[in-house]
Design a protein around this ligand. Sequence first.
Ligand SMILES: Nc1ncnc2c1ncn2[C@@H]1O[C@H](COP(=O)(O)OP(=O)(O)O)[C@@H](O)[C@H]1O
Ligand SMILES: [Mg+2]
Length: 458
Amino acid sequence: MELKEVLRFADEKVFSTTGKHLDDLQEAILKEVLQGRKYATKVAQDRDCSEGYVRVAASELWKILSKVFDEDVTKVNIRAILERAKFYTNFSSSVVSDNITVKNINICQERARSPTEPQNPQQTSKKPHIDLGDAPEIFSFFDRTSELSSLENWITQEHTRLIALLGISGIGKTTLSLSLIDRIKTQFDYVIYRSLRFSPTLDATLTNLLQIFSQQSEIPQNIETKIAQILDYLRKNRCLIVLDDVQMLFGSGQLAGQYKTGHEDYQLFFKLIAEVCHQSCLILNSWEKPREIARLSKDNHPVRCFVLGSLGEAAKEILNSQKLSDEETWSTLIDIYQGNPLWLEFTATLIQDLFGGRVSEFLQCEMPILDEGLQSQLSQPFGRLTQPELAVMVHLANQPEPVAVSQIFNKIPFSPSEIVNAVRALGNRFLLEAIEEEKITLFSLNPVLKQYVKTQSS
Ligand SMILES: Nc1ncnc2c1ncn2[C@@H]1O[C@H](COP(=O)(O)OP(=O)(O)O)[C@@H](O)[C@H]1O
Ligand SMILES: [Mg+2]
C-alpha cells in the first residue's frame, strides 16, 4: 500500500472516531514511523522543536490510535494494524493472486473487525479442538524461555499470520513448536499439528485440514474451493496450525527453498495465508528457508521468520539427564556441538557407551568426533546440495579462518554468480556461519560441519 494512501486512511479513521483530523505534527510522526525510520530526531529537526516534545506527541498519538483501532498501537505494529484494518474495510469477494483466482471467499467484508475479536466470542473457548496427528510426545523440555515469549508475542499480540520457524536439523524446532502449542492452546478454537515428512501434495494437506474443520460434511473436489474453505475457517475461527518438516516440499540438487515438481502450489497457499485477512496463525517448521517468506516479510505482511539457535547453557540439562560426569567441561562440549540438542544427545550416548560418561576423557580425542547417528542426520541436507554449494562447502572446510565471498572466486571452478548464489543458498539451509568484520561479511563452517565435510570429501 502507498504511504499516502495509508496516511489518508489513518486520518479518515481518526476523524470518524474522534471528529478531529490528524494535525501536522501527528502526520509527520506517522509518516516517519511508517517508513521504518527513527522519527524523533528527524521530526524535531524539521519542525525546530525538541525531541522530547515530539516523543510526547507520539505517545499521545499512539493512545488515540489505540482507541480508534481498539488494540494496543505502537510504532512497531502501526503499519501492520493500518494495513490490516484497510484490508478489512476494502476487501470484497475475490482474491487474485499468481494467476489463480480464489472465488467467493467472502473475506472480512461484514465489518471492520479486529482479528483478535472472534466472530462469535464464545468460539474462543477454553477447550480448543486439538488434533496433533502424529506429533512426537515431548518428555523433557528445557529453557527456550525467550524464544517462547517472542513467538507467543508475535502470535497473540501482533497477530502474525505466517511464521517460519527455521534452523538446522536437530536444533529443536519440532520440540519448541509443540511446547508453544501447549503454552497458548487455550487461546484458540482449533490447534493442529501435521508433519509434511512424506511430502504430501497441497491437495492432500488441504483435504486433511478440512476433515478436521468440517468433521462430517463433504470435502469439495476442486482445489480452489478447498483453499477458499480453509481460508474461511481461518477467518471464522482462531486457529493455530503447525506444518512441520516443510523442507520435504523442496527439491534436491537445486538452490534452497525451491518447491519440488507437483508441490509448487504450496507457495500460493502460504502467500494467501499471509495476505488474506483472517484471525489465525500458520507456523512452518523447516531446515530450508522457503523462498517466498523473505519476500512476504519484507512487504510488511504479518509474516515473520524465527531462526532457532543453540540451546545454550540449558543443554547441560541434556547432559545431566544422560548422567554424564565432569560437569566443569560441559560448556566446552556444548560449544563444540553448537548447543544442538540432537547432536548433543547422540554425542552424550557415545560418551556414555565408550567413555563411561566421562566428558573430559572424551574431549581428549581430536575434536569433534561425529557419532554415526549424527553423520546420518547431516547426510540429509548434504544430499540436497548443488555442485557449486558442495564446492563452496569443501573450500570452506579447508580454510583455517573465515573468508569473504570474493576470496572464494577463482578458487573453485564456478563463476562468481554461481558462487554468490551457492553461498546464499547455503545460508538459507543454515549451513554457514556469517560474521561481520570491518565492513566485510566473512563466512565459515562450524567445527561439526567442517569435520563432516572433510570426512565425506576425503
Ligand atoms: N528445549 C529442549 N529441551 C530438551 N530437549 C530438546 C529441546 N529441544 C530439542 N530437544 C531434543 O533434541 C532433539 C531434536 O529436537 P527436534 O525438535 O526434533 O529438532 P528439529 O525439529 O529442529 O529437527 C529431540 O530429541 C528433542 O527431544
Ligand atoms: Mg523436526
